[in-house]
Design a protein around this ligand. Sequence first.
Ligand SMILES: Cc1cc2nc3c(=O)[nH]c(=O)nc-3n(C[C@H](O)[C@H](O)[C@H](O)COP(=O)(O)OP(=O)(O)OC[C@H]3O[C@@H](n4cnc5c(N)ncnc54)[C@H](O)[C@@H]3O)c2cc1C
Length: 500
Amino acid sequence: MKRREFLTKSMGVTAAMALPFSTTAVASENSWDREYDLIIVGSGFAGLAAAYSANKAGIKNILVLEKMETWGGNSAICGGIACMPNTSLQKKHGIEDSPELMIKDMVKAGRGFNHPELCKTLATEAHTVYDMLIGCGVEFMDKIIRLGGHSAPRAHIPANASGGGIVVPMHKYLLDKGVQFQNRTQVTTLLRDKHNAITGVAVQEKFDFDTEKFKSEQTYKSRHGVIVATGGWGQDKQFVKTTMPIYAHLEATAQPGATAGMIKSLLAVGSLPIMIDMYQLGPWASPDERGAGPASFFADYSFSEGIAIDPMTGKRFMNELADRRTRAEAQLVVLEKGTENKPNFPFTFCSEATTQRAEGFKGAYRDGAVNKSNSVAELAKRHGVDEAILAQSIADWNEIVEGKPDPFNKPLDRRTELKPPFYSLRLSPKLHYCMGGVAITPNAEVIDATTCEPIKGLFAAGEVAGGTHGMDRLGGCSSVDGLVFGQIAGRTAANYKANV
Ligand SMILES: Cc1cc2nc3c(=O)[nH]c(=O)nc-3n(C[C@H](O)[C@H](O)[C@H](O)COP(=O)(O)OP(=O)(O)OC[C@H]3O[C@@H](n4cnc5c(N)ncnc54)[C@H](O)[C@@H]3O)c2cc1C
């Protein structure tokens, strides 16, 4: 059935219910082009975890839809770092940690705005994610690091230092289990029955993202409701500008397909929006690479063992391991001191010993984002800093490494003296994560804006759902968010049976 015909048929009912958007449609009983037990929209961490747990729960005919040519969305291009307390790897390394401590860290970063039940669910179930990933054949490095804002080292890194190290084995595992995947299929509309339960989707098949052309419009029925795992919309300039005008000019780190089509469809069926105008800025981003590549990875290590400097003062200006919002805001203040002709990019630098441990260093150095300076004088000249003041800042830091209290209270897991040659990177925050999305219950059911009760047959997980992280998210917590709530959504949907 053509989408226009489909929508026209349903228009009377839609209008009668006075819904604010036109991208919602009521399905008529015999109009389905295809039928499935469960449809999952989006092939990132959340969609894959949903398929995993639904399959484990015995659901047979599962279809994962992806609008892009490639699988995995932001999950495939991200660093794949996952912060999980109480895993067997963390215990092997003798690290003391707990879900309670992680919740404390998340709530501090979220400025207390985190939805308590969602936050608790993430932290307490995180270790199950580790077991699931190992079961799917994912390999992790045999080390655990501490990211900014976390009170304990709990960041697990895939062996290839990429989210692809999770997406690829999971995809293969699920294919082997008989889960069906269909790419270049854009979901345009969530379809409902006359009781407002979600019963399927309208799609554009053979969709080409660049030209927006497609071959045909079809409707797919889903007997266990629909799981939406479509991620964020950081590349949707219009949606970002409308919701948060002051961020409109910022470069985004997301993949090109991170647009707002599906969040609009969720709103169109009456989902409750939550913090939809809140975005996270990545404090490790550099103006000298596109998006967030190897330089961002390097920055995390440089923040940990080196320092960050405001060129105008020559001094440190932040706790380099504070949460992301604190660091991004501190950097924006430094940047704002500059002018178009004389920009004032803050920079971070570390010693050679740190570069030997730092993932991303080789790539960032090769690409020219990270530069080597053989002396303080060279480093000062490169970044336009007063040499004497910079030398003093380095000496001050080395005293902190020796045990003097740090006025910024940065936690020190490894004490590394700063000495030449130095490796430095310019910093400039980029739009990184959509804090908001649709409101969900801890069972991943999407909440109706008018009743504050779950919408029957509609589930959401991952970045498209809001609330878990409050006003700001800690690093390495989104992968876990998608994987935890994806698993939950798959289980909840498996227990739900649509009345069709
Ligand atoms: C560069 C970068 C590095 C990052 N590093 C980390 C990290 O190391 N650790 C961490 O925890 N987080 C990290 N993040 C954040 C994290 O990657 C994302 O928040 C997470 O991957 C989102 O997972 P998801 O499953 O919700 O969505 P995604 O992985 O984005 O998947 C959603 C998928 O849905 C598809 N889709 C969207 N709309 C439709 C539609 N209408 N029809 C069909 N398909 C659709 C998209 O094309 C996409 O493939 C990083 C993000 C970026 C951009």
